[in-house]
Write a protein that binds this ligand. Structure first.
Ligand SMILES: Cc1cc2nc3c(=O)[nH]c(=O)nc-3n(C[C@H](O)[C@H](O)[C@H](O)COP(=O)(O)OP(=O)(O)OC[C@H]3O[C@@H](n4cnc5c(N)ncnc54)[C@H](O)[C@@H]3O)c2cc1C
Length: 261
């Protein structure tokens, strides 16, 4: 029996125009469609594969505003069994450390968990730090940026592919694993799965329910803040090089001027 926790985050759809709110430079969640982060669909898929290979239970944990329930329901409709949703006004603008503290407290609510699966980074914050902070807070080994995963009784094996080669990782459970984009192709929720998800239990908790002090979370307590942001300038027209037998040297001169070679 593998008792798996998957961390899922609702993020603005990367196809929408994403903006910061003028008031406090936090994410303007209302201006974009919100979706379950694609990398988290892969984290859920990996958990379901482990569950389906033997006995197991998959609990989804998310920290986010009320509408993050939609992302949670999607994970449940893919086949996860139950969920914990931490939703609290005090969390607005939390940094990666505060978010990880709350997530670690929520994970600890799942009795006897063996494995925590996360995405390697979220497509909005892109900190890529939450999995490592959680592993530190829970005192667990971390296997990050994983491309292949095998659970073998009480231990876990993982491979991470990089441009320089393959890293083989191994740890005893419980452990924290963050998955990379190439790990799998997530399933689509079936109609039956969508109907079943409506009845699956979702426990909604506040930070106080988790024993976390509201003074440790939120924008006012973040260790870093976004002071200023400006939109990316529109793309300018490229430079056209006419080849009159000297095209190669013109391109080389351009690259030298740009300090690219
Ligand atoms: C517009 C904007 C403004 C921000 N402003 C600030 C700021 O002023 N100061 C500051 O310190 N930080 C700021 N942040 C960072 C923000 O708070 C982080 O997004 C958040 O703390 C988590 O970090 P991450 O998204 O980079 O997660 P990552 O570490 O990239 O996420 C990796 C994985 O961890 C899990 N995970 C991460 N977050 C959650 C979650 N909430 N629920 C469930 N699972 C999760 C998921 O599995 C995810 O795939 C800002 C972010 C944005 C987008």
């Amino acid at each position: 029996m593998t008792n798996i926790v998957v961390l899922v985050k609702q993020v603005p759809d990367t196809y929408s125009e994403r903006k910061l709110s003028g008031a406090d430079n936090t994410l303007d969640r209302e201006s974009a469609d919100a979706v379950l982060d694609e990398i988290n669909e892969k984290a859920v898929e990996e958990a379901l594969k482990i569950k389906e290979a033997g006995e197991g239970e998959v609990t989804v944990v998310s920290v986010g505003p009320d509408r993050a329930t939609d992302a949670i329901r999607k994970a449940l409709s893919m086949g996860a069994d139950k969920a914990i949703h931490v939703s609290d006004e005090a969390l607005h603008g939390s940094d990666a450390i505060a978010t990880a503290k709350v997530l670690a407290a929520a994970i600890s609510k799942v009795e006897g968990f063996d494995l925590v699966i996360t995405g390697n980074e979220a497509s909005d914050g892109r900190g890529g730090a939450v999995p490592a902070i959680i592993a530190e807070l829970l005192g667990l080994p971390q296997l990050t940026h994983v491309n292949e995963l095998t659970v073998d009784g009480t231990s876990i094996k993982a491979d991470r592919y990089t441009e320089d080669g393959v890293t083989h990782l191994e740890a005893n459970l419980p452990a924290v694993v963050s998955v990379g984009e190439k790990i799998n192709e997530p399933r689509y929720p079936s109609f039956k799965g969508i109907m079943a998800a409506k009845k699956k239990p979702v426990e909604t908790l506040t930070v106080a329910d988790l024993g976390v002090d509201a003074g440790e979370v939120g924008l006012g307590n973040a260790w870093s803040s976004v002071l200023e942001a400006s939109p990316k300038p529109p793309r300018t027209a490229g430079e056209r090089v006419e080849d009159e037998g000297d095209g190669g040297s013109k391109v080389a001169a351009y690259l030298v001027a740009q300090k690219l070679i």
